[in-house]
Design a protein around this ligand. Structure first.
Ligand code: ADP
Ligand code: MG
Ligand code: MG
Length: 891
């Protein structure tokens, strides 16, 4: 037969900290503290199994619960030396809810239970303090009515206010015993009015009423919503803690407070807390009186003139310090504690792992490892990769008031302010004059790249997490909010209309790319530090992880950033991104509009030196590290000239007729360019393009090898669906390599592999792997094609899917492990079946998402590749994946 009730107190307990599922977090830790000999008021925990029973049996209790509760209550009476419902010194109880995880939304604590007209008189007599007794009683009536009987606080507040006004008092503490008597009368009358019966006078009826209210609160709307939002199961149930009251409100030698073993904001290893003299329960957090600092150091730091506990009650402060050390050593983590001092005696009422900021989490993990409290693995487990992201980017000062204008997608993290401009050209011009700008566009295109580069932040009204603006901004490390749909951007008027405001060119906006928020005006930002604790943690991370972490980088600047953040190679160098420069895009357009192979070769010859120099520079920066270069993969619509000015320019450069260019561009127009003439399809139809690129790669590789630098090129063919596509282009690459090596008189080792991004490729991966030496999962396109979701259009409706709970998270943000993930699993298995040493990685945006990284570890990929700024996050997530810690989302 199960045991329903677990006692604690007086240096022992039936339960312990490992029994959170049965006793709830609060109950398990009260038991544990008791066992450690820490002074805890005696009490008992009614288990979560009773809650389960209650809901499975039409809200009734197990038959043997009552005798168990009575026996446990008798033990409290014995320890405390007083009796519940006694007319001498009555025992009072606190009734506290406590689920496995701390859960706002559940029942509030009821204090001072057991008081009625008679016991309140007894309490007054026994303590010689009538005012205290009445104050406790009125608090009890108010709490009990609020949480058990459902009579709102305001009814009681108005009665109290009335009395204060009548007597000209300002504070509750001004009320005398006589005043409280009048107030209590008023309270009792109010209860009778609303309930049609008097306030329950039988303490046992009060006790069972409160227990029932705790179990009832498990299924209240707030609690259900909270569980849904945090994906906690309804089946857990809550426990009920019944505990002897200790009083912080019995005079000047009494107090109540909360404290953290380390500073929860900064992580500093210093005692941190607040307390109030002569107070009870939630007074400290209620904000009626200003709480006082715990230590003198804290007092000094805060510039407070209120006396610290360390000076008011030095002996008790010392005792608290001993408990602080004891609990931290025992739990090996920062603790958040609640205490009460009754007439010079300290009681601990709660301990739990304390919540902390990302900054504090990092510092605490590192310092605890260095103190020998935890090992490196545990330190690595303690830091949330998503939180690390905040530390790597500027953040908004949380203490400055802000005016929120709109919320879009958190497309590229970090905070930035700047003057609004509406075109890339204006951005460049304004920045040239020394201004800081915020580029605001309906959406961006490759034409905007220059302006994007110089802007502090990028804001778009349209486009999802893998829209052009989002991908490019992340790559550049520029804060970006995309798809802020309620912005009405008018390019002609140069205005943005949003939530009743009209923003003009030159007005200042601030955005937070970590939250998607857009604010009016400038908000100060704080900047990150990459040394110290961060560097130490990263060292431990690198020892643990088994997957390599590479970066997606296509410029020397990206490559340098990637190395600075610890990338172990480039997993994706997109060659078309190297063409966005205005000087070069013209030649790309020439190539695209070329009518004949000959014309095309002329354009390509102009591009070759640019490519070769870029590759050489990247090879130098990535010395001894592999560099995966993807052959040209432009959805043509991103590059086609559109305006007459563009056509004229291209015509001039290509030596073609204006109309010929225009009609050629029209003939190249595709209905569905994302599924059109792109990727390897370009190389199949125009092998000279792949040939030029291979030549640029190998010439650069040979030249840099001659400089004494080790080069490890990996040539990657995009958008392969057929083995034959791969074979055709591999032949071009191998042939070009051979020719270049002969010309240059040196041989460079290289690999040829493919992207797996077309679902068909995943399904025939065994065949493709006969030729391909590596696979790189392009999960952006694999998601787009596997899901049938347009990357550029999904933003508008996917959020409805998330809101309605059809999916947990945007599949472009965190890999759809069930569906698209299965394509990856199939490709891994099939690929390795024909080539056991096939190297495999991921280079989609998912390569920087912790949950997706866990997936990559599970399916056995060799590396992940992500934007340079996410490399540290990926390193940490990969280490946690190796340790088997699940990611935050979707895992
Ligand atoms: P929460 O989950 O909101 O922290 P608690 O159950 O910890 O709720 O109770 C809130 C407050 O009530 C405590 O911080 C403490 O001040 C007071 N309290 C709870 N139990 C007791 C007790 N046995 N004696 C005195 N005060 C108590
Ligand atoms: Mg509470
Ligand atoms: Mg608490």
């Amino acid at each position: 037969m199960p045991k329903w009730v677990y006692g604690f107190g007086d240096g022992s307990a039936d339960g312990n900290a490992s029994m959170k599922n049965l006793l709830g977090g609060k109950g398990a830790n009260l038991a544990e503290m008791s066992r450690l000999g820490i002074p805890v008021p005696p009490g008992f925990t009614i288990t979560t199994e009773v809650c389960t029973f209650y809901y499975q049996n039409k809200q009734t209790y197990p038959a043997d619960l009552k005798p168990e509760v009575e026996a446990a209550l008798a033990r409290i009476e014995k320890t405390m030396g007083c009796k519940f419902n006694s007319r001498e010194m009555p025992l009072l109880l606190s009734i506290r809810s406590g689920a496995r995880a701390s859960m706002p939304g559940m029942m509030d604590t009821v204090l001072n239970l057991g008081l009625n007209r008679e016991t309140v008189a007894a309490l007054a007599k026994a303590t010689g303090d009538e005012r205290f007794a009445l104050d406790s009683y009125r608090r009890f009536i108010q709490m009990y009515c609020n949480v058990v009987l459902g009579i709102g606080h305001h009814h009681f507040e108005s009665i109290l206010e009335e009395r204060k006004e009548a007597k000209g008092y300002r504070h509750d503490t001004d009320l005398t015993a006589e005043d409280w008597k009048v107030v209590v009368k008023g309270y009792e009358k109010k209860v009778e009015e609303t309930q049609g019966k008097p306030f329950p006078q039988d303490p046992y009826e009060q006790l069972w009423g409160a227990i029932g209210a705790v179990f009832g609160s498990w299924m209240n709307e707030r609690a259900i919503t909270y569980r849904k939002l945090n994906s906690l199961p309804d089946s857990w149930g809550t426990a009920v803690n019944v505990q002897a009251m200790v009083f912080g409100n019995m005079g000047e030698n009494c107090a109540t407070g909360v404290c953290f073993t380390r500073n929860p904001a900064t992580g500093e290893n210093a005692y941190y807390g607040e307390y109030l003299v002569n107070a009870q329960g939630e007074d400290v957090v209620a904000g009626i009186r200003t709480p006082q600092p715990l230590s003198l150091a804290e007092k000094k730091h805060a510039g407070s003139d209120l006396p610290a506990l360390e000076e008011v009650m030095p002996a008790l402060y010392k005792e608290l310090c001993v408990i602080r050390a004891q609990l931290e050593k025992h739990y090996k983590d920062m603790q958040d504690m609640e205490f009460t001092i009754q007439q010079g005696k300290l009681w601990m009422l709660q301990t739990r792992t304390g919540k902390r900021t990302s900054k504090a989490a990092l510092r605490i993990a590192v310092e605890m490892k260095e103190e020998g409290l935890i090992d490196g693995k545990e330190a690595v487990r303690r830091v949330d990769p998503a939180g690390l992201d905040q530390l790597l980017h500027p953040t908004l000062d949380p203490n400055v008031p802000k005016k929120l204008l709109s919320k879009g997608l958190a497309a590229s993290p970090g905070a930035a302010s700047g003057k609004v401009v509406f075109s890339a050209a204006d951005a460049e011009a304004w920045v040239g004059r020394g201004e800081k700008v915020m580029l605001c566009r309906i959406e961006t295109s490759p034409d905007d790249i220059g302006g994007m580069h110089v802007s502090e932040g990028i804001l778009t009204a349209r486009g999802g997490m893998t829209s052009h603006a989002a991908v490019v901004a992340r790559g550049m490390g520029t804060p970006c909010v995309s798809g802020a749909g309620d912005l009405k951007i008018d390019y002609a008027a140069k205005t943005i209309k949003v939530s009743g405001h009209t923003i003009h060119e030159g007005d200042v906006l601030t955005l937070d790319g970590s939250t998607g928020e857009v604010f009016l005006g400038a908000v100060p930002t704080t900047h990150p530090e990459l040394s110290g604790d961060f560097a130490k943690l990263m060292e431990w991370v690198d020892v643990i992880r088994t997957m390599k972490v590479r970066a997606n980088a296509e410029t020397p600047l990206d490559a340098t950033t990637a190395r600075k953040f610890g990338a172990e190679g480039i997993g994706l160098c997109r060659t078309e991104h190297m063409f966005f420069d205005p000087q070069r895009i013209i030649h790309v357009r020439e190539m695209i509009v070329a009518d004949t192979e000959e014309q095309r070769r002329v354009a390509l010859a102009k591009l070759l030196p640019y490519q070769r120099d870029d590759f050489a520079e990247i090879f130098r920066i990535m010395d001894r590290l592999p560099v995966t270069i993807r052959l040209l993969d432009p959805p043509l619509h991103e590059f086609l000239p559109t305006t007459d000015a563009d056509f004229r320019e291209v015509a001039k450069a290509a030596g073609m007729d204006f109309n010929a260019v225009k009609s050629r561009a029209a003939s190249l127009h595709e209905t569905n360019p994302m599924l059109g003439h792109r990727g390897c399809r370009l190389g199949i139809t125009y092998p000279e393009i792949s040939e030029m690129q291979a030549r640029a790669i190998f010439e650069a590789a040979c030249d840099v090898t001659h400089e004494g630098i080790e080069v490890l090129p990996e040539v990657m063919i995009p958008l392969v669906g057929l083995k034959a596509e791969f074979d055709v282009l591999k032949e071009v690459i191998d042939r070009t390599a051979k020719a270049v090596f002969a010309e240059k008189g040196v041989e460079v080792k290289y690999m040829v592999g493919t992207m797996i991004e077309v679902p068909r490729a995943a399904l025939v991966a065994d065949k493709i792997a006969q030729g391909a030496e590596f696979f790189s999962f392009g999960t952006n396109d694999l998601t787009q094609m596997g899901y049938g979701l347009s990357r550029d259009d999904a933003g508008s409706f996917l959020k409805v899917y998330v809101e309605k709970g059809l999916i947990d998270i945007d599949p472009f943000v965190s890999l759809d492990q069930e569906g698209v993930g299965d394509l990856v699993r199939i490709a891994v298995k099939k690929g390795r079946s024909t080539r056991s040493d096939l190297k495999m990685g991921i280079c989609g945006e998912h390569g920087g998402d912790p949950a997706s990284i866990h997936f990559c570890q599970r399916v056995g990929l060799n590396y992940v590749s992500c934007s340079p700024y996410r490399v540290p996050i990926a390193r940490l997530a990969a280490a946690q994946a190796a340790l088997g810690v699940e990611g935050e989302t979707n895992a």
